[in-house]
Ligand binder design. Structure first.
Ligand SMILES: [Zn+2]
Length: 152
């Protein structure tokens, strides 16, 4: 296959074993700051995916809560294929800390009694949410946390 600009387009999605947490790459800026980008794969590509409403709610919940467990989180965003999220962290090279933060964040999802910011002022599709859907995604991911380090 032709080498693509996007790292994940060069990843053979038929070879991975979800769920997993994979370091995509490290980008260093001119002043030495480093951005660590992770591929957090919840669902097996082309076999399963997250339903949109639950995915949207777990996005809100993780975005809000992961920042309580780890400094310098730049972003956590869903993939368009609905099988995972990208997590970007500034100046922290610890894979283990990222896993602990993810685990605590998913526990927050299970304990949540509402989805943060699911209203028309704070969200672009406020009608499209499911707390129950988010919890079932989190529950399944947590049940397989022993597999997170294994990508292939
Ligand atoms: Zn939203």
């Amino acid at each position: 296959m032709k080498k693509m600009n996007v790292e994940s387009f060069n990843l053979d999605h038929t070879k991975v074993k979800a769920p997993y947490v994979r370091l995509v790459g490290v980008t260093e800026g001119a002043n030495g700051d480093k951005v660590y980008k992770y591929d957090i794969r919840f669902k097996q590509p082309n076999k399963e995916h997250m339903e949109m409403a639950g995915l949207h709610s777990i996005e809100h919940l993780m975005a809000e809560n992961i920042r309580n467990h780890m400094d310098n989180v730049l972003d956590i965003s869903p993939m368009g294929c609905q099988t995972g999220f990208y997590l970007s962290i500034l100046n922290n090279d610890s894979y283990d800390e990222a896993l602990v933060a993810l685990e605590k964040t998913l526990q927050d999802v299970l304990a949540a009694d509402e989805v943060p910011a699911c209203n028309e002022v704070q969200c672009g599709w406020a009608a499209n949410h499911s707390l129950e859907g988010a919890k079932s995604i989190a529950e399944e991911m947590l049940a397989k946390k022993d597999e997170w380090r294994e990508v292939f």
